[in-house]
Design a protein around this ligand. Structure first.
Ligand SMILES: [Zn+2]
Length: 312
């Protein structure tokens, strides 16, 4: 396969990864600033809840508060990015499927899109459940870690001093609180990948593109992903093994790998670095721009558009 053709084939995958990475960063920082506002901004109240709960007077109140002020709002916040994630997934899947279809597929893109639309609720519920679980685990971990910190503080000094220290920790987003904020924000961000991956894979499954190849992108430091690069399994086997970003690799939810149907004609000899991925994208975009200029003013800048139908 010639280099230029190969680069073109890389484009939908690189666009997909870049779009989702961007959405994820936005969601993460939004989640973080929300947590700072709500949790750190009410450090005294939260510290009191911790202390009361710790002394067993107010059992479960803190848990309820965390549920109400963290889990549910962060779920809702992450949902905001659902449309962007679904769109990235359909653009990506459309590009892959229409390329593969040149040689073997029959279903029209719109048949596929409506089949995914029918599944949208299912995909959303599944992704939302995963996110809720992660947030709840993060909240639980936070409670436990803070309580053990408190018992150290209570042992070391007066109750008042201990409470002051906890208030300070919460207000500053330090230690346990900081870890909790990071974990919650990270979970909100992974929701975006999750929902897009589910939608894209749903599309591939509906085309019977069962056999998927693991492609490792931007994974400069994760040995697990580097080992997985190029491996082929059915989607079902990958689910059992663990999908990208499911936490099965050292890079956990920071993973930028994708599963691409083996039928998709792209060759990537070794895991691709962030720099070379961006370079390729930039080069393709420049080439497309200059081609568009050659055609004249008739054609506008190429853009992501779900509205055009298949050429077949
Ligand atoms: Zn990875």
């Amino acid at each position: 396969m010639n280099q230029q053709k190969n680069d073109e084939q890389l484009r939908p995958i690189l666009d997909y990864i870049n779009t989702l990475a961007l959405l994820k960063e936005t969601a993460k920082s939004e989640a973080k600033s929300y947590l700072f506002q709500v949790i750190a901004g009410n450090s005294e109240k939260i510290a009191t809840l911790f202390v009361n709960d710790f002394k067993n007077q107010d059992k479960k109140k803190l848990h309820k508060q965390l549920q109400k002020n963290v889990v549910i709002p962060i779920l809702d916040l992450a949902q905001k990015y659902k449309v962007g994630a679904m769109q990235a997934a359909s653009v990506y899947a459309k590009a892959i499927i229409s390329e593969v279809r040149k040689s073997r597929l029959k279903k029209s893109f719109w048949d596929w899109l409506s089949s995914v639309k029918n599944k949208e609720k299912e995909i959303e519920t599944e992704a939302r459940e995963m996110l809720a679980n992660r947030l709840e685990n993060a909240a639980l971990g936070y409670e436990l870690a803070t309580k053990s910190l408190m018992s150290d503080l209570f042992l070391a000094g007066s109750n008042r001093a201990a409470k002051e220290r906890i208030t300070e920790e919460i207000a500053g987003g330090k230690r346990e609180t900081g870890t909790f904020f990071n974990a919650s924000a990270e979970s909100a961000g992974s929701y975006i990948w999750q929902i897009a991956d589910l939608a894209a894979n749903e599309a591939f499954q509906s085309e019977n593109l069962e056999r998927m190849k693991w492609i490792t992108f931007f994974s400069n430091s994760c040995p697990d992903c580097e080992d997985l690069h190029g491996k082929v399994k059915t989607y079902e086997r990958w689910q059992i093994h663990g999908l990208p970003r499911s936490g099965v690799t050292v890079c956990r939810s920071h993973c930028h790998c994708v599963l691409v149907p083996v039928e998709y004609p792209v060759e990537i000899a070794k895991p691709m670095s962030l720099a070379s991925g961006r370079e390729i994208l930039q080069r393709i975009n420049e080439e497309t721009r200059s081609k568009t200029r050659d055609v004249g003013n008739k054609k506008q800048e190429p853009s992501v558009d779900l509205g055009d139908d298949e050429e077949d």
